[in-house]
Design a protein. Sequence first.
Length: 283
Amino acid sequence: MAGPEPGAGAISVAPGLSIGGGGPLVFIAGINVLEDGGLALEVGHALAEAAAALGVGLVFKASFDKANRSSLASYRGPGLARGLALLARVRDATGLPLCTDIHTAEQAAPVAEVVDLLQIPAFLCRQTDLLAAAAATGRPLHIKKMQMMAPADARGVAAKARALGAAGVVLCERGTAFGYQNLVVDPLGVVELRAGPEPVSVDITHAVQLPGARGTSTGGRRWGVLPLAASMAALGVDALFFECHPRPDEARCDGPSAVTVDDARRLMARAVAIDRMVKAPGW
C-alpha cells in the first residue's frame, strides 16, 4: 500500500519563516488584486492578527496587475509602481512578508526589490524566459501548476526553475480543468506533487473557480473553500493559498471565489488544528 512519500525540503521565504521540510502549515493569503491602500491594510492587519493568534506563518499576497482577464473591461489593478508602493505599506504596517505575481521577465527585478516570494501564474509556468528572470533575482518562487498539467509535468517545471538557479520553489496546485468552465482538485495528484523535492501549496480559492461561467467574468463556488482547506490540510500540504475580502460580492476581481475575512479566520483555525494532528509524531 506504499505510495509516493513526501520529499520536500524547507525553503526560506523571509527571516524566521520557511515553507516545507515537515514544518507547520504556512498561509499565503490576501486579496486578489490591489484596489486601494485602505483595503490592503485592513486585510493585512486582520490576517496578521489571525496568524499571530494561531502561532503560524503567513505571507501577504496581492496582485498589482491581473493581466489574464476575461474582458477588456475587467479591472486589472494599479500597475507596477503604485502596486509595489501599496505592498510596501502593508509590509511596513504589519511586518508580513509579501508575495505577488509577475507576468513579464522585465517585472522580476523591480518586484524582487520589495517582494519576498515571486509568484508565477499558472498559464505562464512553462515560460522559460520568465522563469529565468525570476530565478535570477535570488528570491524563492511560488509556481502555480497550469490547469491542464499532470503532477509530473509541474514537477518538470520546478526542475527547470532549479536548473535556472532558483533559490527555492514552492509548487502550487490550483485546480485541474475538468471539461469546460470547471476545475477539480485531485487529492492523489496532490500526493504525487508532494513526492518531489519541492514544498507544495494548494490554492483553495482559485481551485473553486468556474472559469468563464459568467460570460465576461469567472464564476466560483465560495462554499467549497472551507471544506477544501480542511481536506488539503489533512493531506499534510506545506502551505494553503487563499484570497479574502471584507465584502467579496463587491470585489473587483474573482469575488465569487473569495471568502470573507471572518471565514478566513475560521478556515485558518480549522486547517491549523488538522495540520498539527497529521504532522504529529507517530501519525
